[in-house]
Design a protein around this ligand. Sequence first.
Ligand code: SAM
Length: 279
Amino acid sequence: MKPFEQIASKIDSELHHYLPRKWKKIGDIVILDLSKIENGKEKIAGIYAQVLNVKTIIQKNKISGELRKPEDTELLYGKETVTEISEYGIKYKLDLAEIMWSPGNTGWRSALSGPEKVSEFYTFDKPKTIIDYFAGIGYFSIQMAKGYPEAEIIAIDKNPRSIEYLTLNAKNNSVYIKIINDDCRNIELKADVIHLGYIGNTIDFLEHAHNCLNDNGTVIFHEAYRNNWLGFKSRSEWGTIPEKFAKLMDENNFTVQKFERVKFYGPSTSHIIAKLKKN
Ligand SMILES: C[S@@+](CC[C@H](N)C(=O)[O-])C[C@H]1O[C@@H](n2cnc3c(N)ncnc32)[C@H](O)[C@@H]1O
């Protein structure tokens, strides 16, 4: 029996219609939406925990604000919200009550150890300094520290809780990263590569990145755009560079070298990644 069938077999059939068939398993914690269930949520969450073999069930909620923190966390089962994830040879510890984790970005977090489509974005020519402006718990910086042992890796994040986990994760993965707890716009350090792993108003950080990049420097730019704006009609068009995007970047003194979709972000929007060269 599939996990959902096992779960459903233990729950009153009148409720089956309201049971989520999808969930996010992050380490040994599951995030799911039981908001449609009025009574007995805890018991149902306990059944999910048992079948999915996890220690905690968290009610799905919104990720909000500049620091991308989960709103008030509702624990449906269990107490422990700290978990550990292993991906591409790296271990990340984090507290899901305080810090977001995007399971949908998994392939893209592989960076240099991933498929060509991904690794080409993260292949740089002998970089001396790489700075991650939105480092979180180290999703990108730790990969870069492993992939470019000769380079200095600098990780910046505004959220002190992310910084705590980033410090621990760098230590647990035996890499050295210079870690700075501040707004990236306050940091004037120069780099050959700047990573902008942010969604929402990434473009607002581009001028500062431009000022801090060495000549011929590279920005890795993440953002979400409406598919209509990007103007892609078929699958085969992905991988080409949308004209509007190229123009926007040109106005910001960057040339787009590569462009790809990371994932759908809602029905009509896509999370994209672009490799930009400083003009
Ligand atoms: C979306 S998360 C990082 C996601 C991550 N790159 C990934 O791949 O899953 C964004 C991070 O940016 C941090 N942040 C937001 N605004 C910032 C700023 N102005 N300067 C530095 N860090 C900032 C937040 O604290 C958060 O940890």
